[in-house]
Design a binder for this molecule. Sequence first.
Ligand SMILES: *Cc1c(COP(=O)(O)O)cnc(C)c1O
Length: 361
Amino acid sequence: MGDRAYNFGAGPAMMPDEVIERIAREWQDFHGEGYSAMELGHRSERFADILARAKADLRSLLGVPESHHVLFLHGGATPHFAMVPLNLAGPGAVADYIHTGYWSDKAMAEASAHINVRIAASAADSEFDRVPDRAGWKLDPQAAYVHICANETIGGVEFADYPDTGAVPLVADMSSNILSQPLDVSRFGLIYAGAQKNIGPAGLAVVIIRDDLLGRVRDGVPSVMKYARHVEWDSMYNTPAAFSIWVTGLVFEYVKKQGGVAEMARRSEEKSRLVYDVLDRSSLYINRIQPASRSRMNIPFFLREPRLNTRFLDGARRRGLLNLKGHRATGGIRASLYNAMPLDGARALADYMTEFERKHG
Ligand SMILES: *Cc1c(COP(=O)(O)O)cnc(C)c1O
């Protein structure tokens, strides 16, 4: 590839060069078939092999136990805001939600059309600057499930560890931090993640669901919204996003080759520390998130003088540090440091921030 920029976008996000190069090399005459990867039939042996391998690699990367199924579904993360209540809870049932910001809010709003959403804990009072302290959570032992957003992509708030919810299934939206650290999947009833942050192309979702939860689905739920149906059809109830699943499998292979999720965790720690260190020393940049809840994946911050935003972003762009503009809901700056962001990218950003503060601070 030519001049490669560092893409700090929150999603669709940066992909590993190695994967991009492999796609470029392999997609046109796919495995010598005489046609391209996009033309590959989902009933072919070739695709069966790709799907099986992607599933097996995700299982080995995260240590997914036999009790859990792995699915690759259409539509990103958002459909699961409704599918989770429709599949796990009866009409009028109660489910507990931990309110940590924008995405948990979206999940709650969508679920409230189908169930009784209980806010078991909320950080709204402190403007979502943390994951609410576990001691203050008011969980209902009768709840159908407990829902968390593992990493608030916009707010920059991440769970440092995951709660034990006992007999109540724990459901997690891991769209923006899946594959960034080792995980004890057995503690979760259901994990869902849109692919475009830490995995692959937009439009795909990865779902990990415990077998015993499949039977809870309510009557009248459309087939494409039933997890049980997708398990029965091994993610091929309708034509799967074959090309995206292929690319996703390449990303899994890449992560395995790099040393797996433990290595991703080590790198995430190192990359995010470079940026947080600058923020902590700074009198120009502001990040309001409590240190214990800081996200390793998404670091939103503000310049003390908002008029400097444009200058900051322009200067960054000239250095090949792209897509640092904050979410439209918050403004400011946001740096996303997913698995595909090299250490050198985080370092280049930290250096630029230091230099910018020296000039404008
Ligand atoms: C991006 C994101 C979503 C929405 O994903 P879509 O694929 O656009 O539906 C949901 N939750 C979290 C935590 C996200 O980061």
